[in-house]
Design a protein around this ligand. Structure first.
Ligand code: SAM
Length: 324
């Protein structure tokens, strides 16, 4: 088992399959962002080997992210192979949804059951401003196709940013009811365009919850998974609301994950720029046992918790590289 020095069991790996993305979200990417060369990106076979090494250590859950995971060719192949690994019981995907609609069937056949889709606004002009691309309609179409295609649950991730979309909080709650999906508000973290992020201007989950409770009843949900989200049913209707508060609170005690970046670095804590190079081991013919030992060592040094809100600094790398 992977147990760290603070007694947390790590059973979840988030894998960034590419640093490429078809959107340029301002809160994620900061200006120029040199891509990693293709040879530096882990191949699917290398990712599969890494997961095969982690599964006997107790890893059960894998999430594919990026960059935009669906922008990498052949993703259904990777999904299918990961799903065949003994011990892996849950594979999920985080996507911006632009390419999802056309791929729903193929992804389902490869074994995908559920999906998280990022959507920060319900207005087409705002979508184009924040992402740099006029693809709002494609994302809405993808959500419909994923719904009718039977992917479930569908979770919609929203980053609330002051003066950008903080007037849409209640609209998103209405959407959660209408579509019967889980809408999750994620606090704005210190990545991307630094002019947007200021720790004193973060709209905390507490504040968002207060705004929602002004209009809707929120009842703690029994359908909540183990993880950092606080999940509520919406009184008198369908749909759920989740709050993920990585900035204002220490959800670190519940942290059960490590990240594998597209360039093959293990990142034990999202908020710390410290990373450990597993790609070099994979590419230098080290044995599975040696790599297992390395992973155990990395988990041991997972930080206990991130800094306090006012002390958090902007992270050096964009979430696109790390895998959000
Ligand atoms: N391209 C995929 C997508 O858009 O879902 C996966 C990668 S994206 C980096 C993963 C998640 O990170 C998205 O839900 C995005 O909203 C979130 N994200 C990016 N930058 C963020 C920030 N500064 N604060 C909070 N969440 C952020």
């Amino acid at each position: 088992m992977l147990i760290d020095d603070y007694n947390r069991t790590i059973d979840y790996v988030r894998i960034s399959v590419t640093d490429r993305c078809n959107l340029r979200c301002r809160y994620c990417v900061d200006g120029d962002f040199p891509f990693i060369s293709h040879t530096e990106v882990l191949s699917y076979e290398e990712i599969i080997r890494f997961v095969k090494i982690c599964a006997p250590l107790g890893v059960k859950k894998v999430r594919l992210t990026g960059g935009e995971p669906l922008a990498r060719k052949g993703l259904p192949y990777l999904l299918g192979e990961l799903g065949r690994i003994d011990g892996i019981t849950d594979i999920s995907l985080t996507t911006n949804g632009v390419l999802l609609g056309a791929m729903v069937e193929e992804l389902k056949q490869a074994g995908l059951k559920r999906v998280n889709i990022s959507l920060d606004t319900l207005r087409r002009d705002r979508f184009a401003w924040i992402t740099g691309v006029d693809a709002f309609n494609e994302v809405i179409e993808s959500i419909k196709r994923a719904t009718y295609g039977g992917l479930s649950p569908i979770k919609i991730n929203i980053v609330i940013i002051k003066d950008f979309n903080d007037d849409e909080i209640l609209d998103f709650v209405r959407i959660a009811r209408k579509w019967d999906h889980e809408v999750r508000f994620i606090e704005f973290m210190p990545f991307g365009d630094s002019s947007l992020w200021n720790s004193s201007e973060i709209i905390t989950s507490e504040r968002i919850e207060e705004i929602i409770r002004g209009k809707f009843e929120l009842v703690p949900s029994e359908r909540s998974d183990r993880g950092p989200a606080k999940v509520y049913d919406i009184g008198g209707g369908s749909g759920r609301i989740g709050f993920i508060s990585p900035v204002s609170t220490h959800i670190c005690a519940e942290c059960n994950r490590i990240r594998l970046t597209s360039s093959g670095m293990i990142r034990p804590c999202l908020f710390s720029d410290v990373e450990y190079d597993v790609k070099t081991l994979i590419r230098s013919c080290k044995s599975d046992e040696e790599i297992k030992e390395f992973v155990r060592g990395v988990v041991k040094v997972k930080p206990e918790k991130k800094l306090e809100m006012g002390m958090i600094r902007k992270c050096q790398r964009s979430l696109m590289n790390i895998g959000g």
